[in-house]
Design a binder for this molecule. Structure first.
Ligand code: ADP
Ligand code: TRP
Length: 358
């Protein structure tokens, strides 16, 4: 039996942080061995918000390939590509925009939230409004069965299923409705300020952060806000520091910190020092591997070229079928006619329709 297909993407808008690592990347690592896995860098999506200053996108794309591969993604087991190397995804998004009612986009929670919360960028552009339609096209273009994501992406997955259903009802049952796969732990990793860890909030610990930076950030981590004095008993269930520690330390050790905090025997500063030590040790092998990969000339470019070559036959096939289903096959006939008449193929010399009309 052939493997099920999974796909997920990250926007190249900064470096990888612990939210990605526990919320998603751990799942991606496992899945590359169990599924036919497609992992892509969503540079078109980065452009929807960074269009006024896209100078960081190319560098972050390369960083992401290095981070992913240092974390253990292996191009021999999964297909790693860059979204803009498959421009047909923009055509599929255009097709989706035909069946997609505007209110479906207007009510997307991420759209409303980000427009309200991110004030440093102009998100009033149409590209940003279409963000979820592009995400639906990313998923449908490889006919993915499942999408590993953090909790925050669930509305986008729901919208993708709705678009696919509407497309299939209108043009024939062809595209697949994907299901979301959420990490059991780490579905929403908190940042140093207690909100969801995100590069947009300035509260992230990046997995390539140097040791002193990790220590500095951990020492500023928010703890149980009701615990004012060391002698006050704390509540680990609402402590963001504790939530992060749980992700890396063994269960017995966490149980000890839990009891110690509830009885006020140990304070938050001691707990922060311990988390800092544990985190530095936990991330050390990753940092070494990343430094090695960074020394290999052209490493990222080669990974992306190989991935695009593997993805293209599938994505081109899916878009060609959608084109036909939507009634555009008269054009396919015409280009087939150009080939049949013995003139050069469109790829060779780009003949115009007028050249071959008679
Ligand atoms: P950011 O919010 O930092 O811009 P992205 O939007 O690039 O992160 O997220 C890439 C993937 O990582 C998505 O699947 C997202 O759900 C997941 N993810 C990001 N931050 C977290 C977090 N703090 N906890 C859990 N998952 C996360
Ligand atoms: N919206 C996702 C995020 O912010 C990134 C993304 C773009 C994505 N296209 C996707 C994730 C397709 C999963 C599938 O993290």
């Amino acid at each position: 039996m052939s493997k099920q297909r999974v796909l997920t993407g990250y926007r190249p808008t900064g470096k990888l942080h612990l939210g990605h690592w526990f919320g998603n990347l751990q799942n991606m690592l496992k899945m590359q061995h169990e599924y036919d896995a497609y992992y892509f860098i969503a540079d078109y999506h980065a452009l929807t918000s960074d269009w006024a200053d896209p100078s960081g996108i190319a560098g972050s794309t390369e960083d992401m390939v290095l981070d992913w591969c240092a974390a253990g993604l292996d191009p021999n087991f999964c297909t790693i590509y860059r979204q803009s190397d498959i421009p047909q995804v923009a055509e599929l998004m255009l097709f989706f925009s035909m069946v997609l009612p505007m209110p479906w986009l207007e009510r997307t929670p991420s759209y409303k939230e980000q427009r309200a919360q991110i004030t440093t960028k102009d998100l009033g552009n149409v590209g940003f409004f279409l963000y979820p339609a592009l995400q639906a096209a990313d998923i449908a273009i490889v006919l993915a069965d499942a999408v590993p994501v953090g909790e925050d992406q669930l509305p986008h997955l729901e919208l993708t299923r709705e678009i696919v259903r509407r497309f299939n009802n209108t043009y024939g049952d062809y595209l697949r409705e994907p299901k979301a796969i959420i990490a059991t732990e780490g579905a929403r990793v908190p940042g140093t300020d207690g909100r969801k860890m995100s590069k947009s909030y300035g509260n992230a610990i990046f997995i390539s952060d140097p040791e002193d930076e990790i220590r500095k950030k951990v020492m500023s981590f928010m703890t149980d806000p009701a615990r004012k004095l060391k002698t006050d008993p704390g509540d680990p269930d609402i402590c963001p520091l504790h939530s992060v520690h749980k992700l890396i330390a063994p269960a017995e050790e966490i149980a000890e910190w839990d009891a110690c905090c509830r009885s006020a025997e140990c304070g938050c500063v001691a707990h922060k020092r311990k988390l800092a030590d544990d985190l530095v040790a936990y991330l050390a092998p990753f940092r070494e591997r990343r430094a090695e990969l960074a020394l290999i000339p052209g490493f990222a470019a080669e990974v992306l070229a190989g991935g695009a070559a593997k993805a293209k036959p599938i994505t081109s096939g899916v878009v060609a079928t959608c084109r036909e289903l939507m009634g555009l096959d008269a054009c396919t006939e015409l280009s087939a006619g150009i080939k049949r008449s013995g003139s050069a193929t469109p790829d060779d010399s780009h003949p115009s329709f007028l050249d071959s009309a008679e």
